[in-house]
Design a protein around this ligand. Structure first.
Ligand code: 4AD
Ligand code: MG
Length: 428
């Protein structure tokens, strides 16, 4: 008998095949047992009819426990109502590995319990759909830049300096010195862009986020493109093209997964250029009209981002924030603003992109480093980029987990990454 994967079942209609799979659910009625089977590639129902199997097999099939591994031999039959379109008419069932007391039953469980059992929870159909969509997002991120003339340049994880402020740095011993886990590969990508023109890095980044919110992890993955001879407007064009591509790739390749998650796909299909662009000043005006009294000069938080996103059905780019709320490397623009941009996802999923044009004037940059209380010594290498052939350049960082949350329609980022790291979660 041919041993096959469930995802290939359509090629074997009318034939007898053997599959090996976990039992994730089961029900019985009289002379029939219905075994819900999953082998990682797909799911299928095996029907065990008393008249088709030996007496031992029929009574044993009733006792198979959840997550036990079985080998089923049977005939492939069309079954329109099942997701895969087929079912298996069993002739023989063998148990290969017995699982007892699997903790995650088909009933509802609390989030804490599921998170403690994350290593098992990943097997559930919903979590599997999220893993698949995350994979597709990452693949399209890389395809986009690879097809657009970018070179992948890896940034280090151990760093001697801060990039995004010093309040959330993870510090670690590094022989007789201190090192920090990277918050962003940006500064290294600026160096790389001077070598290859268009560079990007993709990797884990770390921030000791002390607030418990639905949008913050302590370890998250970020993709960061950086381009020489590009200004803030080129940066916005790039971000818009990039996000449209990623969303449309997921729509094209992950429809069954999006449907399983009950995502409103029409909202994603609508994510086509151009995206709205507003200044920080206009964002403040919108907030005031909606009864939020954030004063000019203050950063926008999660609540403000949600209020603004309600005004648009596409991601909105907010540009030119006040200089004082942004990092030291931002290019100074008119009226004490920075030539920077944040992209806010629709439907209240928050900021997915932060970026902008970088200060190319070495004196202004030095003044900023001093003003923000950073030590110039550790930035000498970074200042060299301005010393030797300084050019306008810009880039951004997109957070993978927030993007997964938005595309999948998940309330909290903890389900967007296989093994989340949060302030209060280091296991499993
Ligand atoms: O806005 P951020 O801090 O920008 C930077 O790090 C720049 N240096 C990037 C660059 O220009 N190359 O972070 C970028 C994105 C955010 O928009 C958000 O999507 C994500 O990273 N992010 C987080 N995601 C999950 N958990 C956290 N704690 C995050 N902090 C930022
Ligand atoms: Mg930001």
């Amino acid at each position: 008998m041919e041993k096959i994967f469930i995802s290939d079942i359509g090629k074997y209609e009318g034939q007898t095949v053997t599959i090996q799979a976990w039992l994730y659910n089961k029900r019985s009625s009289g002379k029939l047992h219905f075994l819900q089977l999953r082998d990682g590639t797909a799911e299928i129902q095996a029907v065990v009819f008393q008249g088709n199997v030996s007496e031992e097999v029929f009574s044993m099939a009733d006792k198979i426990t959840q997550e036990s591994v079985v080998e089923v031999t049977g005939t492939v039959k069309k079954h329109e109502r099942s997701r895969i379109g087929y079912e298996l008419d069993a002739q023989d069932v063998k148990v290969l590995s017995v699982a007892t007391d699997y903790p995650i039953t088909p009933k509802e469980h609390g989030t804490h319990f599921l998170m403690e059992n994350r290593h098992l929870w990943l097997r559930s159909l919903k979590q599997k759909a999220i893993l698949r969509i995350r994979h597709r997002i990452i693949k399209s991120v890389r395809d986009f830049f690879d097809n657009d003339g970018f070179t992948l340049v890896d940034a280090p994880i151990f760093t001697p300096n801060a990039c995004e402020g010093t309040t959330n740095l993870f510090e670690t011993d590094y022989f007789d010195k201190k090192a920090y886990l990277t918050q962003s590969g940006q500064l290294y990508m600026e160096a790389a862009a001077m070598a290859v023109g268009k560079a990007y890095c993709f990797g884990p980044t770390f921030r000791a986020e002390k607030s418990k919110t639905r949008r913050h992890l302590t370890e998250f993955w970020m993709v960061e493109p950086e381009v020489a001879f590009m200004d803030i407007y080129g940066d916005m064009d790039l971000a818009e093209r990039f996000v449209e591509y990623v969303v449309q790739e997921v729509v094209a390749h992950c429809r069954p997964e999006l449907e399983l998650l009950e995502r409103d796909i029409s909202k994603l299909e609508n994510i086509k250029r151009p995206f709205p662009r507003i200044t920080y000043d206009e964002a403040i005006e919108i907030l005031h009209k909606k009864g939020n009294d954030t004063p000019w000069g203050e950063d926008l938080g999660g609540d403000e981002e949600t209020l603004i996103s309600e005004e648009f059905d596409k991601p909105v780019m907010i540009h030119h924030y006040p200089m004082c709320v942004k990092a030291f490397y931002m290019k100074q623009a008119e009226n004490n603003t920075a030539a920077c941009v944040d992209m806010i996802a629709p439907e209240g999923y928050g900021e997915i992109i932060g970026g902008g044009q970088r200060e190319e004037d070495i004196e202004k940059l030095k003044a900023k480093i001093k003003e923000q209380g950073l030590s110039e010594d550790v930035f000498n290498w970074y200042l060299d980029i301005r010393k030797y052939g300084s050019v306008p350049h810009a880039g951004f960082g997109l957070g993978i987990e927030r993007t997964v949350a938005w595309i999948c329609g998940l309330h909290h980022v903890r389900e967007t990454i296989p093994f989340p790291r949060l302030m209060d979660r280091l296991t499993p």
